[in-house]
Design a protein around this ligand. Sequence first.
Ligand code: 3PG
Ligand code: MG
Length: 395
Amino acid sequence: MMQTIDDLAVEGLRVLVRADLNVPMDGGRVADDGRIRASLPTLAVLKDRGARIVVCAHLGRPGGRPDPRYSLAPVAVRLAGLLGGEVEFAADTTGPAARAAVAALRPGGVVLLENLRFDAAETSKDDAQRGRFADQLAGLADLYVSDGFGAVHRKHASVYDVALRLPHAAGYLVQAEVAALGRLTAGIRRPYLVVLGGAKVTDKFGAFGSLLGAADRILVGGAMAFPFLAAQGHPTGTSLLAADQVDAAAVCLDKAAPGQIELPSDLVVAAEVAAAAPHRVVAADAIPAGQMGLDIGPQTAARFAAALGEAATVFWNGPMGVFELAPYAAGTRAVASAITEGTAFTVAGGGDTGAAIRALGLAEEAFGHVSTGGGASLEFIQGTALPGLAVLEAP
Ligand code: 3PG
Ligand code: MG
């Protein structure tokens, strides 16, 4: 059984909270604070109960060494504003700054450690190396609370190993995510449609085979579409193509029932990722040389919307295009609107998907659930054991 924070006596104790504060940044500014907000219920309750709170998290993929572009310092400022009260920022992860900040914590006080991925040990595949880092993290606290749902599919020191070293519990976000996403693992109402897009393509191909077994139809947009188009022998121009996934795409096409995978038939293309770049709609099988697909086209958007109108269950992971730039937002908007207009049980998942919903001014309440996890929600609904959740089950 997974303990929750309601099972823990925390007053006066140092509680290490693993949060997912991996938010989109725009030139040192937090571009979307959805994941910070999602971490508030747990932090507010721990604060109320007089815990000494040590928050740890990652930002981006800095590659195991300090890189100021990936500092969590701006996140500490936003967290303080949202939580109300001060949030101390430690300029290292487990070094002298972190130890001093933790030692100075008063009951109800909060410190945020610098990006965990500034240390290569956090994500290391070597158990001993991760273990040593987890020892240092565990040394900063008496208890461990896992609330970074978006990272529970990663066997990382702060997600997995530290839970082996401290009494632990799931935070409210992890609890809520597990409850909501559980509805996509059994007794699914059909037709069940999955919409896949976004930029982190490799992660999603790992899930595709199992999704083919579960979903009636899979609608593919975003950068996810290019390996499929390439597998069909079509040119992809300068599109963001995960070339190492073309074979995997071919296998998926082979394995799928006729019509089960729906690909874009038209795309919005431009020579560069820029709002001001001249852009036009072309057939998806004829992306011109020197041009890149930046959104699904209107015909595809209408087709996807019609399909979604008939769904009883929808899981949506990943935007259809570069929604951050107005000329390439229409596909994502059309798909999101179609999902929320129906009567289906709908789940949207992923850091960028949530950000797109908010950036386009759509109501999060219109979805059955908006998950903070992209890869994590995708792996969860396959029914596989996620390292960061499995470790919480053990006492
Ligand atoms: C995410 O954004 O999906 C999570 O924060 C995990 O990040 P990662 O894919 O870089 O491990
Ligand atoms: Mg993600």
